[in-house]
Write a protein that binds this ligand. Structure first.
Ligand code: FHN
Length: 683
């Protein structure tokens, strides 16, 4: 009966809407000129910062089912907890956001400095947040609330001058047509008519944010057809790359050219460097997109501002998520953070909105650059307070330039030193935090341009290790290289900055002790490169507390038997930072082995959190099994241990999506949990 009613409702919808769909001539928008594309997307690139809203029937359970917290993202609860459709529909029946105030939400976004909003019209659960004619499984017909929240939101956005976009999931766990052979009917008789409703009844919709494209039923060809269909309804709309099949997992960019979609969509991560392709990082403020009552793991404002600065320096957009609860309230913790971001942007917004990327997006770890659209100004944004002065290697200030700290009126004193570095002096009084024009990050506005620098050298080992720190046992070979054959590398081993009379690199160095190698490339006619630096740490000689690691590559949905696999590389690490082992975002596994030094006999509680799966063994016996595809969730176990050395093995794998690994423990007389690395045995 249920299915008949469902199909009848759809049939009715098809009659009402389907007819007009067929009259649509479908033009090919996939091959528009670069100029037309640039014109269409420019407002969005200039906007830089938007609000993502995940709101649906999943906001009712809020991560809890049958009294238990369900691991993973709250909006996946129907799948993760395997809730049957009729059971899940009861949540929708109860959805009654009586405190929803569209005006308030839009003003919150606006005050945060956000220029656009993307809200989930239909997430994977299939519940529709607008009065669709295609199904009664929607906010008006199916709930006691009975109002069209997307209509209210679109009116509030129009009033406040905030652009509105819709998130639409291609995957649908509720519609019986959305699987297997009937999928084409779902696309033509349901999805397309729904998109037509969303694009013609809610004002000037500027963005369509597809998701759920990874399902086997969906193809790039369908994505291209859908792209053209949507553009035929709204030619100036912009559409993300999840409309097709080009996306490389959570890294978010396309695996090549020719895939449908206007911008890449890194998720929960930021590109390592600039990209010529338009892109937008979407990120949660805690660990989940939909509201989850148990998730209080909020990012700090410093982290959020730092993300916005880092993303802007690489030419991307930041789509920062809020997950309102079932009453229609955005969590206070989110509102607070957004207010503080808005205050920061009031002072520093000119270095973010409408800017272009600089020749070098960063200098060192804590300086990012953008430039004004006209190229007259370089914005140097420091993520830590620079102290009495700021030194820049890569910026040449115009003669007699007035350099300003945004938010502080008088121009700053500056000079170009003997290395042609730009040295900007800060007023002594600003050593006091409350005198500074803002918190979190500071922008120096410099009339000037990039100094052409020699390409920086790359410091590696024969097995391809590189980065800030490389741990080794006994001896290690150090290789240095630079792209430019006309450049020569000068390096030091004593911690000083290389200078033109430092030793020239001619062949691999053999190290048997801990040393920080610093290297610069020099070339006639250009300024010396940035300084490349790597600390080589001899774990045996320095008796460092370390664990060994073996790194593997592969795509699994649960922990593999690593003993049957060949590691891609092995080494030592002083912590469990997965980035230190490998900067990749998906498709890898790591096995850490070593000894823990237990300080005194007693009961110890271990807490293992990971996204995706992990397992902890002590003395080769399984203590915690946190295996499987899931969000960053913790599992705990308590065990009695005697004082002394305890061998451990920690297995971890990352499929796609969010990633993370954390192992903490707490023993007798310890107030807080400590990272397991605090107990690593020395080599
Ligand atoms: O499965 C969804 C998830 O629930 C959330 O909507 C994110 C946001 O981009 N997208 C998918 C995971 O990649």
């Amino acid at each position: 009966m249920k299915k008949q009613r469902y199909l009848f409702t759809m049939l009715l919808g098809i009659l009402v809407i389907g007819f007009s769909c067929s009259t649509h001539k479908q033009k090919d928008y996939l091959h528009e000129s670069r100029e037309d594309y640039t014109k269409r997307i420019q407002w969005w690139k200039d906007a830089r910062f938007g609000m993502f809203i995940h709101w649906g029937a999943y906001s009712v359970p809020a991560g809890v089912y049958h009294g238990q917290v369900v691991p993973g993202a709250a909006e996946w609860i129907m799948y993760t907890a395997k809730i049957p459709v009729p059971e899940y529909e009861k949540f929708a029946r109860k959805f009654n956001p009586v405190k929803f105030n569209a005006e308030e939400w839009v003003k919150t976004a606006k005050a945060a400095g956000m220029k656009y909003i993307v809200i989930t019209a239909k997430h994977h659960e299939g519940f529709c947040m607008w009065h669709t004619k295609l199904t009664d499984y929607n906010i008006v017909d199916y709930t006691p609330y009975k109002k069209d929240v997307l209509k209210e939101l679109s009116e509030a956005c129009k009033k406040e001058g905030i652009k509105l976009g819709f998130y639409y999931s291609i995957m649908d766990w509720h519609n019986p047509l959305a699987h297997g052979d009937s999928f084409p009917r779902y696309v033509n008789e349901y999805m397309k008519p729904q998109l037509k409703e969303l694009l013609t009844r809610y004002g000037d919709i500027k963005i369509l944010w597809f998701d759920g494209e990874w399902i086997k039923e969906w193809t790039e060809e369908e994505g291209e057809d859908l792209y053209n269909y949507v553009r035929s309804l709204k030619p100036d709309i912009i559409i993300n790359n999840r409309v097709g099949k080009g996306r490389m997992g959570m890294q978010g960019m396309n695996k090549g050219k020719g895939f449908a979609g206007d911008f890449g969509t890194p998720e929960q991560g930021i590109l390592d460097s600039k990209s010529d392709i338009s892109w937008e990082t979407c990120m949660t403020m805690n660990n989940t997109w939909g509201f989850k009552q148990s998730d209080h793991n909020w990012k700090s404002v410093k982290t959020l501002v730092g993300n916005l600065v880092d993303i802007s320096s690489k030419g991307g957009n930041y789509l920062l998520n809020v997950g309102p609860d079932s009453e229609g309230v955005i969590p206070e913790a989110s509102v607070l953070r957004l207010k503080k971001m808005g205050r920061w942007l009031k002072t520093n917004g000119e270095a973010i909105y409408g800017t272009k990327t600089f020749r070098y997006f960063k200098e060192g770890d804590n300086i990012r650059f953008t430039t004004s659209a006209d190229g007259k100004y370089v914005y140097a944004i420091t993520l830590d307070w620079p102290g009495a002065s700021l030194s820049l290697e890569s910026v040449r200030a115009d003669r007699d330039a007035e350099i300003h700290l945004l938010g502080y009126e008088p121009p700053l004193k500056w000079k170009s030193d003997e290395n042609l570095d730009l040295l900007i002096h800060l007023p002594d009084k600003m050593m006091e935090e409350k005198i500074r024009p803002c918190r979190y990050a500071w922008t120096f506005k410099i009339p000037g341009e990039a100094f052409p620098l020699a390409d920086a050298p790359l410091i590696t080992t024969p097995d391809g290790a590189s980065g800030k720190e490389i741990l080794f046992k006994d001896t290690v070979s150090v290789l240095m290289s630079v792209n430019d054959p006309d450049a020569r590398i000068h390096y030091t081993e004593d911690g000083n900055l290389p200078v033109p009379f430092s030793p020239v690199y001619e062949k691999p160095l053999k190290l048997n002790r801990s040393v920080e190698i610093k290297a610069k490339a020099y070339k006639e006619g250009v300024k010396a490169s940035f300084t490349a630096r790597t600390k080589f740490l001899n774990v045996t000689k320095d008796h460092m507390p370390v664990a060994g690691f073996s790194y593997y590559e592969g795509l699994w949905d649960s922990l593999p038997d690593f003993s049957t696999l060949q590691p891609v590389k092995q080494g030592y690490t002083g912590n469990l930072s997965i980035r230190a082992v490998h900067p990749k975002n998906s498709g890898y596994g790591i096995v850490y082995t070593g000894n823990l030094i237990i300080p005194r006999s007693g009961k110890y509680t271990f807490s293992l959190s990971s996204d995706d799966g992990s397992r902890l063994f002590l003395r080769n016996k399984l203590l915690i099994d946190n295996d499987g595809l899931h969000g960053f969730d913790a599992k705990k176990a308590t065990i009695s241990l005697r004082r002394g050395r305890v061998p451990f093995r920690l297995e971890y794998f990352q499929a796609t999506g969010g990633q993370g690994l954390r192992l903490m423990l707490k023993g007798p007389d310890m107030k807080n949990m400590l990272p397991v690395s605090a107990f690593f045995d020395k080599m």
